[in-house]
Design a protein around this ligand. Structure first.
Ligand code: AMP
Length: 255
């Protein structure tokens, strides 16, 4: 079986994000960039399936600037077999990424495509769903357990607001990862060195015949409103009085 995993380069989750002074975008100058955390989970899941002997080829794909090669090298160090960078300096919206991934799927014919449920930079939560629609194949989002039953069948449990839902899908299918699917391993130094020798192919959207021109224009990016400082109250009675005065409690009110 072959698995394609989409990995996005994003601002590291520990970084305090700042906005450019002209409010056009997030300032990424001298900022630590990392693999999107949900995509680390996606790679980990593919590697675990390979370790179980169910998968023999893991292809990591990233779309974006030249520096995405670093993210792909991390994916290779984590256990992917080869990598593809679709290099572009354009601002890639989810639909453009989904179209690029679809074009790669058409070339690679993977049995399963695993993506993160969302990228922590734009929080769009869209690419997996759009890709499945473009492929006209089944999708399971927010997966917390993946079991491959046969070459063309998988059982996937997904997390929902009220509990868990278990679905059976025919493969090829698109799966997006949730936090509880697994705990990704750390990259080891020997594996980083080994990863340097693994194949990394660089192509362009033009090579894939995909137009990545965006239909959405970012008008303004602003920081969230600053939270006002809290206050300390002496006891429960004053807390209740304070909440009532702010309109948060309406105890004893007749309907
Ligand atoms: P989003 O819909 O933007 O929140 O992203 C969902 C998932 O799509 C991410 O977790 C990645 O697996 C994948 N993805 C999004 N953008 C890219 C990109 N530029 N390159 C590779 N994968 C991406």
């Amino acid at each position: 079986m072959k698995i394609l995993v989409a990995v996005k380069r994003v601002v590291d989750y520990n970084v305090n994000v700042r906005i450019k002074s002209d409010h056009t975008a997030v300032d990424t100058t001298h900022v630590k960039m990392s693999m999107n955390p949900f995509d680390e989970i996606a790679i980990e899941e593919a590697v675990r399936l390979k370790e179980k002997g169910l998968v023999n080829d893991i292809v990591a794909v990233s779309c974006g600037v030249t520096q995405c090669q670093e993210t792909l090298r991390t994916a290779l160090a984590l256990g992917a077999d080869r990598a593809i960078l679709v290099e572009s300096t354009a601002e890639l919206q989810p639909l453009a990424v989904a179209k690029l991934l679809k074009a790669i799927v058409d070339k690679e014919h993977p049995d399963m495509i695993i993506l993160g449920k969302q990228a922590i930079d734009d929080d769009c939560h869209q690419v997996g769903q759009m890709l499945a629609a473009l492929m006209d194949r089944p999708q399971v989002t927010c997966a917390s357990k993946v079991v491959i039953e046969a070459k063309d069948k998988a059982t996937v449990t997904r997390e929902m607001d009220g509990g868990l839902e278990t679905l059976c899908v025919t493969l090829p299918a698109v799966i997006t990862t949730d936090l509880r699917l697994n705990e990704p391993r750390y990259v080891t130094l020997p594996n980083i060195i080994k990863a340097r020798k693994k194949p990394l192919q660089i192509i362009t959207p033009e090579d894939l015949g995909v137009n990545v021109v965006s239909h959405i224009k970012t008008l303004k990016v602003t920081e969230p409103l600053e939270r006002k400082a809290g206050i300390k109250v002496a006891d429960v009675a004053s807390l209740v009085a304070k909440l009532k005065s702010q309109g948060y409690l309406n105890l004893g009110a007749t309907p």
